[in-house]
Ligand binder design. Structure first.
Ligand SMILES: *Cc1c(COP(=O)(O)O)cnc(C)c1O
Length: 415
């Protein structure tokens, strides 16, 4: 594939790219074009340096003294403050703790507690499944609560948002299709009905500007290991609008959310603010890795990030669809920029083996059941040339029938 000549117009896009210098902060293996940063972000030099310092220095040498000397105690708040500008929040409205699944549980529970006279959680049948599983858990633990789903109980989420709805849990960007919700409009609709919102930002934060406060969001949660590059299983974050801090109920009342954890008193007394959404001792090495990785965002202009993300996606779509013969690809993502996050999905009847063949050719995207080829565009490290080459390789894999070879049909545990 490298024999392919990158066209001049693609080279020109790279030359004019204001973000092209950012790639040097990422560790990417030779011979790979990585279009799966929406599932597991790559390592960063700063992240691994922070991990090295935290393990060999702060832990090995500092030992228990590092809780104070390296300020491990305040990692949750410190990282929350680092993420806040990426999601349009104030520094004291975000805390890093636990996983997205657990934060989903906490946010749903906190929202339901603020609407005790209401008993419905509204969500999307097509939601990232763990969010639904956690919602089921909340429903099972609250008397008389029910889960109502867009795509199952009604066609449109609008039809489920009424006087019974306590909370509406939505994905800002759909993990399969990349569809982007209009956050301001949906929050207005939710609030007009007297309900609260919980936004899952796992596929938007770090890929496009998010304006939680300006758009009126109540709660939000999101992932540390996708576009934020914190490392496999990196800690997640949770946002609560400041107007909700006074009445914030934490269902998992652990000592890390206590006002004075080191007083070791028998009664739980929550700390004021978003800090109470912490539960237990943070995973310090993972937190420190994420802290380092977040430094790649210093000085990044999110409007530039969005501009490049959309341009990469357009180049990919145009190149893949530009093949003269019908290769069975159908665009599964919105074609309109304003309705799409930072990924492009194509459906193909043989999406699984096609993706395995592409991966063998060094183009790493992923497969999502039942028939989606998913490609994520992380603008900080991808070039236009890579995206053009990836689309050309996809065409080549389909035209040549490479994917029909038997070894590509075997399913691995994780896709
Ligand atoms: C990746 C992802 C999660 C992951 O949750 P974990 O608890 O980290 O496993 C949750 N929600 C969405 C929308 C995701 O994309």
């Amino acid at each position: 594939m490298n024999a392919l000549q990158i066209p001049d117009f693609v080279r020109a896009q790279d030359a004019a790219d204001p973000l092209r210098g950012r790639r040097a902060q990422f560790i990417l293996p030779e011979g790979v074009i990585y279009l799966d940063g929406n599932s597991l972000g790559p390592a960063t030099y700063a992240g691994l340096a922070a991990l090295e310092q935290a393990s060999h220095g702060e832990w090995a040498q500092g030992l228990i003294r590092s809780w104070n000397d390296a300020a491990w105690v305040s990692l949750g708040q410190r990282l929350g403050a680092q993420i806040a500008p990426l999601i349009g929040a104030a520094a004291d409205e975000v805390v890093v703790a636990d996983s997205t699944s657990i934060n989903c549980y906490k946010a749903l529970h906190a929202a339901c507690a603020m609407r005790p006279e209401r008993s419905v959680i509204v969500a999307e049948a097509g939601s990232f499944p763990t969010d639904l599983y956690m919602a089921e858990g909340v429903v099972a633990n609250l008397r008389d609560h029910r889960l109502r789903l867009e795509g199952r109980d009604a066609e449109s989420i609008d039809d489920l948002i009424n006087e019974h709805a306590a909370v509406v849990l939505v994905n800002h960007v759909d993990y399969r299709t990349g569809r982007l919700r209009d956050m301001a409009a949906l929050n207005a609709r939710i609030h007009a009905a007297g309900a609260l919102s919980v936004w899952d930002l796992s596929h938007s934060a770090g890929a496009l500007p998010v304006h939680l406060a300006a758009d009126g969001a109540d709660f939000a949660i999101g992932c540390g290991y996708k576009y934020l590059n914190g490392g496999p299983g990196a800690p997640a974050y949770i946002y609560a609008a400041r107007r909700h801090h006074a009445g914030l109920q934490q269902p998992l009342s652990g000592w890390w959310g206590h006002a004075r954890p080191f007083d070791f008193v028998p009664e739980y007394e929550p700390i004021t603010g978003v800090g109470r959404l912490q539960v237990g001792t943070p995973s310090v090495l993972a937190m420190r890795t994420l802290e380092g990785a977040l430094s790649v965002w210093d000085g990044v202009d999110l409007a530039q990030l969005r501009g490049k993300s959309l341009a990469l996606a357009k180049l990919f779509i145009d190149t893949a669809e530009g093949a003269s013969t019908d290769l069975g690809l159908r665009l599964a993502s919105p074609r309109v920029d304003a309705e799409r996050g930072s990924q492009v999905s194509f459906s193909h009847p043989d999406a699984y083996p096609v993706m395995q063949a592409l991966i063998e050719r060094g183009i790493i995207g992923d497969f999502r059941a039942p028939d989606l080829l998913r490609f994520g565009f992380a603008p900080l490290y991808l070039s236009y040339s890579e995206v053009w080459l990836a689309a050309q390789t996809l065409i080549d894999v389909l035209r040549s029938g490479l994917w029909r070879q038997e070894r590509f049909a075997r399913r691995a545990a994780a896709t």
